[in-house]
Design a protein around this ligand. Structure first.
Ligand SMILES: Nc1ncnc2c1ncn2[C@@H]1O[C@H](COP(=O)(O)OP(=O)(O)OP(=O)(O)O)[C@@H](O)[C@H]1O
Length: 379
């Protein structure tokens, strides 16, 4: 069994235990209620199981096969996603929200809609419902986000999407487990979070990104608001919002995604040009996010040379001259700087995989945390 297949199989089992509104055992009908039937959940999960795992394939490939395997990988994943979206599209129930759910409160909102806490009236199950306005959301994009979220949700650091999706007059909706907030809400501006919490977040996010990237999926919107927390000390955090997620190789236009997190190759893209999507885009955003949670601010606004903060970073990187370290980077230890240089490599081809951060977890990252440690030892 390929890595990841067991997770998806577990997902298939767990979706059978999720309360099903009026589903007939083994039948195809979806009740006027909102839950997917058992067979539908199984089909989705089986399709997800077939997803090719790049890390596993690479064990068997010779260098001359590289290109073919990558193409096969992406094509197969695309077919799987299309299959899931087709199934979903044909089975998605149409309901009146108020008939089946009590909306308890708003949990958050974003560019494409809002997220509310809701209780299923019959089953009493409480869940987060993501609502996307039909006026501004193509059904295809909704289905893509839902299917990608469902495929990835077996990972412990990715938000769990429930087999519940439906439409109302005004919205497309799907359900997820409820978090207590997002990383943005706990960052202390201009100060950041303590080293120990930053490293906790780094480790969990690296695992989530590594999992996505092994399925040839690129998140494209890694940012503070999209990291959901389950406790104030970040012992348990999860990557969320797969609205922009696409397969590697997809062509993206300039300025999709959030600017301070965008890598130079995207910021400098001409209006009419496109960029072939690659996981290195998420790695850059991950590096920026780690800087943000460590310091409480962004290292620069936009990764273009007209931005003086970014320009100083480029000079330091291209000259390799440690005398040229910009002041805001001097608060980090040599080890942390080494890690940041790998995540924020200006040349996208040389950026490390997210999981590289694991090598740095036993070192202090902030210089003031070194002082704190020595004070602790002195006492
Ligand atoms: N499962 C959840 N539990 C608790 N809060 C959530 C959950 N999902 C989302 N939120 C909150 O709602 C906010 C918006 O959610 P989300 O990012 O999914 O919406 P969006 O419209 O896709 O946003 P964006 O503008 O980033 O594309 C999040 O930043 C978070 O604060």
């Amino acid at each position: 069994m390929e890595a990841g297949t067991a997770d998806f199989a577990r997902e298939a089992e767990s979706s059978q235990t999720f309360p099903l509104a009026g589903a007939t055992a083994g039948g195809n009908e979806v009740s006027p209620g909102s839950h997917l039937d058992v067979q539908m959940s199984m089909q989705l999960s089986v399709l997800a199981c077939r997803s090719v795992d790049k890390t596993n394939l690479s064990k068997y490939k010779t260098p001359s096969q590289d290109q073919n395997i990558d193409e096969m990988d992406e094509n197969e994943n695309e077919e799987i996603l299309k299959g899931m979206m087709n199934l979903m599209s044909r089975r998605m129930p149409y309901i009146k929200l108020k008939d089946q759910y009590n909306v308890l409160k708003r949990l958050g909102s974003g560019t494409y809609g809002s997220v509310v806490l809701a209780e299923h009236k019959l089953q009493g199950k409480v869940m987060a419902l993501k609502l996307m306005k039909k006026k501004t959301t193509k059904k295809e994009n909704f289905l893509m986000e839902y299917c990608v979220s469902l495929c990835l949700s077996s990972h412990p650091n990715i938000i769990k999407t429930l087999p519940v999706a439906f439409e109302t007059d005004r919205y497309f909706l799907f359900a997820q487990e409820q978090a207590i907030g997002d990383l943005h809400s706990i960052i202390v501006p201009q100060d950041g979070l303590p080293d120990i919490i930053v490293k906790r977040c780094a480790m969990q996010l690296a695992e989530a990104l590594d999992f996505m990237h092994s399925k040839a999926l690129v998140h494209r919107d890694v940012k503070l608001d999209n990291i959901l927390i389950f406790d104030q000390d970040c012992h348990h955090i999860k990557l969320a919002d797969f609205g922009l997620t696409r397969l590697e190789g997809f062509h993206i236009s300039p300025l999709k995604g959030t600017v301070p997190y965008s890598p130079p190759e995207l910021c400098t893209l001409e209006e009419t040009d496109t960029l072939e999507l690659d996981s290195s885009l998420d790695i850059w955003a991950f590096g920026i996010l780690l800087f943000c949670i460590s310091t409480g601010y962004f290292p620069w606004e936009t990764a273009i040379c007209q931005d003086s903060d970014y320009e100083k970073f480029v000079v330091w990187q291209t000259t390799g001259n440690y005398q040229k370290i910009p002041s805001e980077w001097k608060q980090f230890t040599w080890r942390a700087l080494d890690m940041f240089q790998k995540l924020l490599a200006i040349n996208a081809m040389t950026r490390s995989p997210a999981i590289e951060v694991q090598k740095y977890l036993s070192d202090p990252w902030k210089i003031n945390s070194l002082k704190d440690n020595s004070n602790l030892q002195d006492n």
